[in-house]
Design a protein around this ligand. Structure first.
Ligand code: FES
Length: 313
């Protein structure tokens, strides 16, 4: 998809939102709350950004970027280079963090820029007249993007609990929020790794279909131990993965055509079917069940526990 940057807006200290429209002036593909788009940035960088506008809108996509959250160059570029009129290549919306719209209550736990998917989710629940609860942690009020707009929506259907840590406020007690969640409530978390880990631990006893989380950064290091071979079933080629190299590095060096985006085991783009062998799963994309089944792996970050892997490549 080709998008044109229509306007930039300062949403909070260090956080800028970007409004895109279709380059051909038409309607954009529809999206559901929780979806993201992948933007192609210079130097082969691909960055995934959650859509923050209401899913009912077809004329624009809005994403927000935190200057401090990305140490790998994408957010620094976004904050300094593009101006209105800049043309971007982007994926169509993808939703790995879908909202379960029929829940009697949706509980959102957000940290920092992790608020963005919940802005779209709250808009959707407001349109449906469904109940929601937002627990939002930011460093300060100045850094709490969208807090005012969300507060303004919190009347009959919603509540907002904003905690600003630099103002000495305690972080939300995630274990207590989960413990006190009414039966049937769906719980969502998007934020820094520590928050997601606390959320995962607190939700361990809940049915997985009621628990939803989205990571912005990998929770584990990529496997670079090497010392195994990978056989490509379609071409019959065998490659050696050397120590210090990821499986994706090895495949790309050998000229294998493979799709990838985040390189961190988050987006799922590089998911590759496994025919034989035991992957060393390091991603945050597959479920525990999918990992134990060993039928697929994220080649950008995962390695091998067996001496040989056979992949459907
Ligand atoms: S490229 Fe995103 S999971 Fe591998």
């Amino acid at each position: 998809m080709r998008l044109i940057l229509q306007q930039l807006r300062r949403e909070a200290e260090g956080i800028v939102s970007y409004e895109f429209v279709a380059a051909d002036g038409g309607l954009l593909p529809p999206f559901t709350a929780g979806a993201h788009i992948d933007l192609q940035l210079p130097g082969g960088l691909v960055r995934s950004y959650s859509l923050a506008n209401a899913p009912s809108e077809r004329h624009r996509y809005v994403v927000a970027v935190d200057h401090a959250s990305d140490s790998r160059g994408g957010s620094a570029w976004m904050h300094t280079v593009p101006r209105p009129g800049h043309v971007f290549d982007a994926s169509a919306p993808i939703n790995d963090f879908a909202l379960y719209e029929d829940a009697p209550l949706s509980i959102f736990i957000a940290g920092g820029i992790g608020i963005t998917p919940f802005v779209a989710m709250v808009a959707r629940l407001q349109a449906l007249g469904r109940s929601w609860q937002l627990h939002y942690t930011a460093r300060s009020r100045q850094r709490a993007a969208y807090a005012q707009a969300l507060n303004a929506l919190a009347h009959e259907n919603g509540t907002v609990d904003l905690r600003c840590t630099a103002d000495g406020m305690a972080r939300p007690d995630i274990a207590a929020i989960v413990r006190e969640a009414p039966a049937g409530a769906h719980l969502y978390c998007c934020g820094p790794g520590g928050m997601l880990d606390a959320f995962t631990a607190a939700c361990a006893g809940l049915p997985p279909q009621r628990v939803h989380l989205e990571r912005f950064a990998a929770s584990q290091e990529a496997a670079t131990e090497g010392g195994y071979e990978v056989q490509l079933a379609r071409s019959g080629r065998t490659l050696q993965v050397e120590p210090g190299r990821t499986l994706l590095d090895t495949l790309l060096d050998a000229g294998v055509q493979i799709q990838y985006a985040c390189s961190q085991g988050i987006c799922g783009t590089c998911c590759t079917p496994v025919i034989e062998g035991r992957p060393d799963h390091r991603d945050d994309y597959l479920t525990d069940e999918e990992k134990s089944a060993n039928r697929a792996m994220m080649v950008c970050c995962s390695g091998s526990l067996s001496a040989r892997l056979v992949l459907d490549l």
